[in-house]
Design a protein around this ligand. Structure first.
Ligand SMILES: Cc1cc2nc3c(=O)[nH]c(=O)nc-3n(C[C@H](O)[C@H](O)[C@H](O)COP(=O)(O)OP(=O)(O)OC[C@H]3O[C@@H](n4cnc5c(N)ncnc54)[C@H](O)[C@@H]3O)c2cc1C
Length: 509
């Protein structure tokens, strides 16, 4: 083996040192300049600490940006982008802060964070058929506003999730089986481009940008307002049932059958979470359900009696408040991973058995949680997503019903992190291998559920849409400002030019 020369190593050390020093220097300059015209919180202030507490994942909340900027409208976001671009400062953008992986929407001391929480206006159109939503709102704010008007929109299923990240990753809603992804129901994006220009992207103005934004993550612009279609909504039949884990086989079979029926009767939403419950110290199946039609009771999922049953006729907001109680049980340090498969009644059960074996040694640990969720992507939902308002860049095709699988783990002691991450990745990797062997694996990786180590955007759009997305990116961000300075989310890569990024396939984890 050739002896290592000291010169390249010295060069790398000097380069690393100068990158760090210059990045910090630039960031300080950006924070200072921004604080002359915008509200900026710095470390040690109460607002800075409150901001860190608004992240769902403790990993994200532990990152300490040099400062946090709180713009209150599009022109202030434009100022932040222009200052960042001028001084080459790195930055991250947060809406509801619910993307679970470290660095998805926060950044360390070598950059600043833009928190959109003050961009929070809601405006219903004169006819009531659309609503303009500030991009820093959370879904609870949206439902609280629309419900007294007997209206709703294709939004999130847990109250604390942000409007911004949810929509730009697609957005699976309780209304998606009728109306498709949330993003396919956006009729106008108000967006700040890398030049600082503010544009409206819709079917007639900047139509290619409009199409790309519907599965765009952090590549095209900072959206400041989403105008979404609204739909009439009164009470619904909904809540959740909790079953003994012994019912999982019957429940998965029932989910397979119900998914087929979602194509005919799309006014319902259901899924299953097979999970360890620390509260009762046993595995259970949590089955959340919503049926828009309240004239009939939804058919039972299995003949067994649930251990707990909250199904009732009530307001949607009431159900989301109930479900958000579940959020607290999975708050902590997190690793989420996802796969998409063709619909199947056996693989989910086998994955769960494998997960039980892998997580067995950790089950007694305090603050520990793992679970495995199965959610339908019905053919009708896919068709609606691809047909509505000019469609979106995903490579999904409405030929088959699919399941999105979500692997979640959380823990409260940071010392458990390495082991917990390793185990959930092993489970996801094993599951992907099984899906390949059983000819069930789909390319699509649902961005909103993916870990930062997954190549989610690149896997989800297919080669044709990738080249269209890259052309649009070149048109709207010719200097690749967002590619170089905007940290977080899932980035587009040109495989013919870019060196491989650090994101990998689950099988390599
Ligand atoms: C408890 C819980 C429940 C969930 N339920 C669902 C569900 O029912 N359906 C579903 O599809 N997903 C669900 N998710 C996943 C969720 O949709 C994603 O994590 C989503 O990214 C969260 O959006 P956010 O704005 O809260 O996150 P953030 O972390 O603030 O943002 C996520 C990403 O989007 C970028 N971003 C945010 N706002 C903007 C903007 N205005 N312009 C440009 N980029 C922006 C951020 O930079 C970041 O990269 C859930 C997550 C959790 C933790």
């Amino acid at each position: 083996m050739r002896p290592l020369s000291a010169k390249p190593i010295l060069f790398l050390i000097i380069k690393w040192f100068s990158d760090v020093v210059f990045a910090h220097g630039n960031t300080e300059r950006c924070c200072k300049e921004l604080s002359s015209s915008l509200h900026v919180a710095t470390p040690g202030s109460q607002h800075y600490d409150t901001h860190l507490n608004t992240y769902f994942s403790l990993d994200q909340g532990r990152m300490q940006p040099a400062c946090v900027v709180f713009p209150s409208d599009a022109s202030q976001v434009s100022t932040a982008v222009s200052v960042a671009s001028h001084h080459a400062c790195r930055f991250a953008v947060k809406s509801g802060g619910h993307m679970a992986w470290i660095g998805a929407s926060n950044i360390g001391a070598d950059g600043f964070a833009i928190d959109l929480e003050n961009i929070n206006t809601l405006t219903i159109s004169d006819k009531g058929d659309s609503v303009a939503l500030g991009s820093g709102l959370r879904w609870k704010d949206v439902y609280d506003y629309l419900e007294p008007l007997n209206l709703t929109t294709v939004g999130g299923r847990m109250s604390g999730v942000g409007v911004g990240g949810f929509i730009l990753g697609g957005g699976i809603s309780f209304l998606s089986y009728r109306h498709g992804f949330a993003s396919s129901n956006v009729i106008n994006f108000e967006v700040v481009l890398s030049s600082g220009e503010i544009v409206n992207a819709n079917s007639t103005s900047h139509p290619s940008l409009y199409w790309a934004l519907k599965l765009s993550s952090t590549n095209f612009g900072i959206v400041t307002q989403f105008t979404m279609s609204t739909f009439p909504m009164n009470n619904v039949f909904g809540g959740a049932q909790v079953f003994a884990i012994e019912e999982s086989q019957a429940l998965v079979l029932s989910l397979v059958q119900s998914t087929a029926s979602l194509n005919k009767n799309p006014d319902q939403s259901l899924g299953l979470l097979l999970t360890w419950s620390a509260a009762v110290q046993r595995y259970v199946v949590w089955a959340p359900r919503i049926q828009v039609d309240t004239s009939s009771v939804p058919p039972p999922l299995t003949s067994a009696s649930p251990l707990l049953d909250t199904l009732r006729i009530t307001k949607l907001s009431d159900i989301f408040t109930e479900w958000s109680g579940e959020e607290s049980s999975i708050r902590g340090y997190n690793e989420w991973l996802t796969l998409t498969i063709k619909i199947d009644s056996q693989l989910p059960l086998d994955i769960f058995v494998k997960g039980q074996a892998l997580f067995g040694p950790f089950i007694e640990r305090a603050g520990y949680h793992w679970g495995f969720a199965v959610q339908p992507l019905s053919r009708r939902m896919i068709r609606e997503s691809m047909d509505r308002n000019g469609g979106n860049p995903s490579s999904l095709s409405p030929n088959e019903d699919l399941f999105v699988l979500l692997f979640v783990s959380s823990w409260t002691d940071p010392a458990d992190g390495e082991e917990m991450r390793t185990v959930i990745r092993q489970l996801a990797s094993w599951s992907q291998q099984e899906a390949i062997e059983r000819d069930l694996l789909e390319d699509f990786v649902y961005m909103n559920y993916a870990s930062g180590v997954q190549d989610a955007l690149m896997r989800s759009i297919g080669p044709e849409n990738l080249s269209r997305m890259l052309d649009i990116q070149k048109q709207y961000d010719p200097g690749n400002v967002f590619g170089t300075l905007w940290s977080g989310g899932f980035k587009l890569r040109d495989p013919t030019v870019d060196v491989a990024d650090t994101r990998r396939d689950i099988s390599e984890l």
